[in-house]
Design a protein around this ligand. Structure first.
Ligand code: C2E
Ligand code: CA
Ligand code: CA
Ligand code: CA
Length: 275
C-alpha cells in the first residue's frame, strides 16, 4: 500500500501542479484585466411578445484579452466567483451598464431597462443596496431603468437577511428578476414573500420547444404561475419562430434570444435597435 501510495503521489503531483499553476496564472491575468480595463459589456435585446416593442436589454460581460481576443464569461466568471474578484468586477459591470443606460437616455433613445447579473458573492455584501444606490446616483440612471438578475440559489434558504436585502433593493425603485428560473431550489412560498418583479425561464426549458412535451409543460406552468402571482415572465434562449409562437400563446410577457438578436457591443445595439 505504501509502495502504491508513493507511485500515486509521483504520478499525480506534476499534473495537479500544472492545473494549480494555470489557475494562478489566470487569476493574475484577471486581476490585471480589471486594472487595464479589458472587460467589455455586450447587450442583448429583450422584446415584449404581444407588441413586439423593445423593452430592454441584458448586459453580459466579456473579456477582451490582448492575447486571446474575446473570451466568454463561462470561462472566467466561475474563477472570479471563487476568488472574490467578482465583487469588484460585478461593480464595474453595474457602473458601466448604468452609464450606458444613461448615455442612451441622454441621446433621446426610447426608454429601455438595463438588466444586470448579480453574483452570489455580491449578494452576500450587507451594504449591497447602498452600493447600488451610490452607482445609480453617480451615473444618473433612474432606478426603475435598472433590473437586477438574481438566481434562486442566491435567495432561497438564506433567511431574513436576504428578505431585508431584497426589500432594500426594491425600495430603491429597481426591478428584481429571478434568472434561470426552474433550475434551482425554489419554493413557491418564498416567491410570495419576496418583492420579485419577474421570473426568467431558463433557456434549458426553451431549447427543445416544440419537440419536448415536458419542457413545454414546464414553460407553460411557469408562465401560468407567474401570471397568477402577478409577476412578469420572460423567456431566454428563444431561437426559433416556433418557440416564440408557443411562448406567445401561453402568455409569456417577453422574450430574449438569438431570434431577436445576439449580445452585441453598445454602438451596434443602438444602430440595430434604436431607429
Ligand atoms: P445568463 O445570465 O443565463 O445569460 C444568458 C446566456 O445565454 C448568455 O451567455 C447569452 O449570450 C446566451 N444566450 C442568449 N440568447 C441565446 C440563445 O438564443 N441561444 C443560446 N444558445 N444562448 C443564448 P453568456 O453571455 O456567455 O453568459 C453566460 C453566463 O455568464 C450568464 O448566463 C451569466 O450567468 C454569466 N454572466 C455574464 N455576464 C455576467 C456578469 O456581468 N456578472 C455575472 N455575475 N455573471 C455574468
Ligand atoms: Ca442573466
Ligand atoms: Ca439565464
Ligand atoms: Ca444560465
Amino acid at each position: 500500500a505504501k509502495e502504491q501510495g508513493r507511485n500515486t503521489y509521483r504520478f499525480y503531483t506534476p499534473k495537479l501542479t500544472a492545473a494549480a499553476n494555470e489557475r494562478l496564472a489566470l487569476e493574475a491575468r484577471l486581476h490585471r484585466a480589471l486594472a487595464n480595463d479589458e472587460f467589455v459589456l455586450h447587450y442583448q435585446p429583450q422584446f415584449e411578445t404581444d407588441s413586439g416593442a423593445l423593452i430592454g436589454c441584458e448586459a453580459l460581460v466579456r473579456w477582451h484579452s490582448p492575447e486571446e481576443g474575446m473570451i466568454s464569461p463561462a470561462r472566467f466568471i466561475p474563477l472570479t466567483e471563487e476568488t472574490g474578484l467578482i465583487v469588484p468586477l460585478g461593480e464595474w459591470v453595474l457602473r458601466s451598464a448604468c452609464t450606458q443606460g444613461r448615455r442612451w437616455m441622454d441621446a433621446g433613445h426610447p426608454e429601455v431597462t438595463i438588466a444586470v447579473n448579480l453574483s452570489g458573492r455580491q449578494f452576500q455584501q450587507h451594504d449591497l443596496a447602498r452600493r447600488v444606490a451610490a452607482i445609480l446616483d453617480e451615473t444618473g440612471l433612474p432606478a426603475d431603468r435598472l433590473k437586477l438578475e438574481l438566481t434562486e440559489s442566491m435567495i432561497m434558504g438564506h433567511g431574513e437577511q436576504v428578505v431585508e436585502l431584497l426589500h432594500a433593493l426594491k425600495t430603491l425603485g429597481s426591478r428584481l428578476s429571478i434568472d434561470d428560473f426552474g433550475t434551482g431550489y425554489s419554493s413557491l412560498a418564498y416567491l410570495k414573500r419576496f418583492p420579485i418583479d419577474e421570473l426568467k425561464i431558463d433557456q434549458g426549458f426553451v431549447r427543445d420547444i416544440p419537440q419536448d412535451e415536458n419542457d413545454m409543460e414546464i414553460a407553460a406552468t411557469i408562465i401560468a404561475m407567474a401570471r397568477n402571482l402577478n409577476l412578469k415572465v420572460i423567456a431566454e434562449g428563444v431561437e426559433t419562430r416556433a418557440q416564440l409562437d408557443f411562448l406567445t400563446r401561453q402568455g409569456c410577457h417577453a422574450c430574449q434570444g438569438y431570434l431577436f438578436g445576439r449580445p452585441m457591443p453598445a454602438d451596434e445595439f443602438a444602430r440595430t435597435f434604436f431607429r
